[in-house]
Design a protein around this ligand. Structure first.
Ligand SMILES: *[C@@H]1O[C@H](CO)[C@@H](O)[C@H](O)[C@H]1NC(C)=O
Ligand SMILES: *[C@@H]1O[C@H](CO)[C@@H](O)[C@H](O)[C@H]1NC(C)=O
Ligand SMILES: *[C@@H]1O[C@H](CO)[C@@H](O)[C@H](O)[C@H]1NC(C)=O
Ligand SMILES: *[C@@H]1O[C@H](CO)[C@@H](O)[C@H](O)[C@H]1NC(C)=O
Ligand SMILES: [Zn+2]
Ligand SMILES: [Zn+2]
Length: 442
């Protein structure tokens, strides 16, 4: 060993020691930091009988008493009473029945977690102890579970409130199913300073303990249209004395099929479906008018707006070809169209990190195939970077027939509840941990 090499070795050891000191120092900071020490047992806490049994009982009570959009008065009250018991302050009413809770310092950064509360006008067909007690209404989209899991997250976060580096905003929103409750929440201004929002949806086809999502567009934008095509009724045996709206509407419907097949980029998935055709009431009378209605879907605002424009032009144009008049209504006031649900790329990375460390890499499907259904979560994403994912609630004993969302036979596996609660809590707390420096730096 030459002296120069000895010097070099000393030098090296010196650095290794410095490096190790550095690591130990970093470790002690890390282990005192909530990310490592206490934040990573959220799933365990959520599965503990104290939290789990409580969530199950809340979910069942909400399930038994389903309420439609903007009528979630009892659900809202139940949520507020649970927040009261936990000592969590909230704003109410926001968007009629909405409740906005706050956990943490009350200071920036603000991160939001969203759950919807409304049920569907469906008669539950599942015979079980906690079947819906309201005829013709059912939590067939799992929003009972969503609200419950957000309460679960609230409980966990409240317990760790001192470690939260900012504020978690709990969003219990009304009217996801068609009426765009999210838009009303956004318009209320309560989310003004929120820099990220997370939301989830239960997935009956995905096993408990698994999640799926993707970066970018995940759900389509969805809109409705209704058209009235007016002609002139008369005897069906004397067609030349009438102006036939049935034929005009039929040609309109045929032409609408060419929107997707001829005008849309084949790589840009879109749907136009006419699902309603009403006209005439007997075999020998040409009716005065026909109404048709349907839905259109696309993954970008541009494609969505283009479809909307062309649907109107085609229906009106084809009516004119057949000497009829047509008006097209996009039902903006009653049933606003939902924009595409587009996941933020940075939040995708955050989600994958959190979910993989909680569930293991095999249980996180991070390149999910997008779906043509819509979500009003998209309204948040229009103003705040947002992230939406799906959470497994599959009952493993249902081997073949897996009732889908909106099925009167939907049954969810309540073992999935702790996963949603823990993911919510973890996504928010670790987001704040990552971002609070930026705020202090300003
Ligand atoms: C958390 O701390 C433990 C030791 O206390 C360590 O083994 C683990 O790697 C740490 N995890 C993270 C994500 O820092
Ligand atoms: C957002 O922050 C601004 C500036 O601090 C404040 O004036 C405003 O009240 C905040 N809005 C909400 C909804 O908290
Ligand atoms: C269509 O509208 C025009 C202008 O209002 C009217 O003159 C015509 O009679 C209408 N045609 C039918 C078939 O309703
Ligand atoms: C799964 O489904 C079976 C049969 O319908 C039911 O008995 C069981 O309670 C369900 N399990 C869970 C955890 O929901
Ligand atoms: Zn739904
Ligand atoms: Zn839903």
């Amino acid at each position: 060993m030459t002296s120069s090499s000895f010097k070099f070795k000393c030098f090296q050891y010196f650095f290794i020691i410095i490096f190790m000191l550095h690591v130990y120092a970093a470790t002690s900071i890390l282990s005192s930091s909530p990310d490592n020490s206490s934040f990573n047992n959220f799933l365990e806490i959520a599965k503990s009988p104290e939290v789990f049994d409580w969530m199950v009982s809340i979910r069942r009570k909400i399930h038994e008493n389903p309420e439609l959009g903007y009528e979630e008065f009892d659900t809202s009250e139940r949520i507020r009473s649970e927040l009261d018991k936990m000592g969590i302050p909230y704003k109410h009413p926001v968007a009629i029945t909405g409740v906005i809770g706050f956990i943490g310092t009350g200071l920036p950064p603000f991160v939001a977690l969203r759950a919807d509360m409304d049920a569907l006008p469906i008669q539950e067909m599942v015979e079980w102890e906690h079947k819906s007690k309201v005829a013709g209404k059912m939590h067939a989209c799992g929003h009972d579970a969503h609200a419950t899991m957000l309460l679960g997250a609230a409980k966990i976060l409240k317990h760790h409130e001192k470690e939260i580096q900012g504020t978690v905003v709990l969003v219990f929103q009304p009217a996801e199913e068609g009426s765009g409750g999210a838009r009303k929440i956004v318009e209320s201004g309560v989310l003004q300073n929120v820099t990220a929002i997370f939301g989830l949806h239960i997935a009956p086809e995905l096993p408990v303990g698994e999640v799926a999502s993707r970066s970018g567009p995940i759900l389509a934008g969805g809109g409705r249209f209704e058209a009235k095509i007016s002609g002139k009724g008369g005897h069906a045996a004397i067609p030349h004395h009438s102006i036939d709206p049935i034929l005009a509407a039929s040609n309109g419907i045929i032409s609408l099929q060419q929107l997707v097949s001829r005008e849309a980029d084949p790589l840009d998935t879109q749907v136009v479906t006419v699902a309603k055709f009403q006209g005439g009431s007997t075999f020998n009378v040409i009716p005065d008018y026909v109404t048709i209605g349907g839905t259109y879907r696309a993954f970008s605002k541009q494609s969505f707006d283009q479809l909307r424009l062309r649907i109107e032009q085609i229906i009106v144009g084809q009516a004119a070809v057949h000497r009829c008049n047509a008006t097209v209504d996009f039902l903006d006031e009653v049933k606003p169209s939902y924009p595409p649900t587009v996941n933020d790329g940075d939040l995708h990375e955050h989600f994958v990190n959190v979910a993989v460390s909680m569930l293991g890499i095999n249980n996180v499907k991070s390149a999910m195939t997008p779906a043509m259904t819509s979500e009003d979560f998209a309204f948040y994403q229009e103003v705040i970077p947002g992230y939406f994912f799906i959470l497994g609630v599959k009952n493993a004993s249902h081997k073949r027939f897996q009732p889908s969302l909106h099925s009167p036979y939907l049954q969810i596996n309540e073992d999935g509840l702790p996963y949603g609660a823990a993911l919510h809590a973890s996504l928010a707390s670790s987001y704040l941990l990552k971002h609070h420096h930026h705020v202090h730096g300003v």
